[in-house]
Design a protein around this ligand. Structure first.
Ligand code: NAD
Length: 494
């Protein structure tokens, strides 16, 4: 039997307390990707204890030196990029170009946060008293619990882990059960780069058996979660009971506006990439196209024609544009929305079927699917589908388009295609999302700007850039009085 991938706790690769394992199979072929140790609360306790012990010295290890370990890790990731990209395609299915992009995000984030080791700026301000100095500095929190989804198996763990550890925290990572291998690769790289034992720990297993004990652990004051809005709400309730600091990155229902003055060639490219890249399994995937009536017919025809030509198959094949869904459950869930759209009266103009032809028979494939003449109140226009399904919603004006874009519970990403600068600025002003693109699709965030969403997508925090450092540090304001006498702020004269 193939080796079992283990937990990493206190600098050792060890089997879970249960001794049980779970397996992961390639969603394109059904072949075994690996067997993984299946953990429970006892393993979480051990990992948190190791992280707590390591924190005592890691918080005092100079931040620029922490950054040096990250620089080394980034260079190792660069060396292994191609290998990891292939492993990621085998584990979760997205095409090679995109898994390379996933690893590249991790590389970018690791370099960026390595540099933060020499910044992590605080503030100094003048005092209102004489002979008094004041400043604010950043301090780490302690042990941070990280809970991640399967769609960006290396990028998302790196977005959380790198800022957390450069700031002096120690971490326990619980990756999704569909994609443990690439999270393990990231931890292996950090180990090789010289991260001290206990600073980074990984515990493999389910949300119920590993995620929940981590959420409820009294020695974990901070939780960072990315996943569905439904799970995120449960995470928020559990964290609130323990008064934990929490960041939530959750679902989306991202829209592209196509105005009557848009460059349609560009809009078609942007929509196809946003809707069908990663087989629609991105939090920022384009799932609504709010299109001006004047160009609706032409856009619908061009999108349907192009979607029908996208090659479906194993993401390792370089001609393939649409890989499998991550699991059979996800495939069935996505496909059920095709029935919902038809039943609600939308026009199915492309795709709509599960694909089982020839060598695809053992995978979880679905045709790129487009609905036209979708009304904003239909379920396919409101609920996150998380698959290759996009809806065209016709409108008469920019005002109406903005109303439709904002009329859902989510607020992650949106885009507008227009050649009119006034339309672009109206969109920037009035669209309620955490991310907005002008003349580009809804995906494509870079790692040095804040990332996250409003409304049901988030809880007010942001990942990436310096916003991540804000989350993983606590401010301490320090006043140093060198006057030699008691000076009472707001009371004594200068
Ligand atoms: P999910 O919510 O099912 O799982 C996310 C993680 O939470 C997994 O590791 C899972 O094991 C864990 N979990 C499940 N139940 C738990 C519990 N009760 N307590 C603690 N942990 C628990 O999400 P998923 O299916 O892995 O990912 C897809 C979802 O993630 C989509 O909704 C997508 O929009 C969202 N997502 C959001 C962003 C973003 O930045 N906004 C990015 C990527 C994915």
């Amino acid at each position: 039997m193939a080796d079992v991938f283990k937990n990493f706790i206190g600098g050792e690769w060890i089997e879970s307390a249960t001794g049980a394992t779970f397996e992961r199979r390639n969603p394109a072929t059904g072949e075994l990707v690996g067997r993984f140790t299946e953990s429970d609360g006892r393993d979480v306790d051990a990992a948190v204890a190791a992280a707590k012990k390591a924190y005592a010295s890691w918080r005092l290890y100079p931040a620029p030196k922490r950054g040096e370990i990250l620089f080394k890790a980034a260079r190792i990731l660069e060396d292994r990029k191609e290998h990891f990209a292939r492993e990621m395609t085998e584990e979760m299915g997205k095409v090679l170009d995109e898994t390379r992009g996933d690893i590249q995000e991790a590389i970018d984030m690791t370099y960026y946060m390595a540099g933060e080791g020499r910044r992590m700026f605080g503030q100094t301000t003048p005092s209102e008293m004489r002979n008094k100095f004041q400043m604010s500095i950043r301090k780490p929190h302690g042990v941070v619990g990280l809970i991640t989804p399967w769609n960006f198996p290396m990028a998302i763990p790196s977005w959380k882990m790198m800022p957390a550890i450069v700031a002096g925290n120690t971490v326990v990572l619980k990756p999704a059960t569909f994609t443990p291998k690439l999270s393990i690769r990231l931890v292996e790289v950090l180990e090789e780069a010289g991260i001290p034992p206990g600073v980074v720990n990984i515990v493999l297993g389910s949300g119920a058996k590993v995620g929940e004990p981590l959420l409820n652990h009294p020695d974990v004051p901070v939780i960072s979660f990315t996943g569905s809005t439904e799970t995120g709400k449960a995470v928020a309730i559990a964290s609130a009971k323990h008064n934990k600091r929490l960041t939530l990155e959750m679902g989306g229902k991202n829209a592209v506006i196509v105005m009557d003055d848009a460059n349609l060639d560009l809009a078609v490219e942007g929509i196809l990439w946003g809707a069908f890249g990663t087989t629609g399994q991105r939090c920022t995937a384009t799932s609504r196209v709010v299109v001006h009536k004047q160009v609706q017919a032409e856009l619908a025809e061009r999108l349907a024609d192009r979607a029908g030509k996208l090659r479906i198959g194993n993401g390792l094949d370089r001609d393939v544009r649409v890989g499998p869904l991550v699991s059979d459950g996800q495939l069935q869930s996505v496909h059920s929305y095709v029935g919902v759209g038809v039943a609600d009266g939308a026009d199915l103009i492309a795709g709509g079927k599960i694909v089982t032809d020839g060598e695809l028979v053992n995978g979880h494939f679905h045709e790129p699917t487009i609905f036209n003449n979708v009304a904003p109140e239909m379920r396919i226009a409101r609920e996150e589908i998380f698959g290759p399904v996009v809806s065209l919603l016709p409108v008469h004006s920019l005002d109406q388009a903005i109303e439709v874009v904002n009329g859902v519970q989510y607020g992650l990403s949106a885009a507008i295609f227009t050649q009119d600068v006034n339309n672009a600025f109206r969109a920037m002003q009035d669209i309620d999302t955490g991310i907005l693109y002008v003349n580009a699709g809804t995906t494509g965030a870079e790692i040095h700007l804040p990332f996250g969403g409003v409304k049901a997508t988030g809880n007010g925090h942001r990942e990436a850039g310096t916003a991540a450092i804000d989350f993983y540090t606590e401010w301490q304001s320090i006043y140093v009085d060198y006057s030699g006498k008691l000076q009472r702020a707001q009371i004594d004269p200068v």
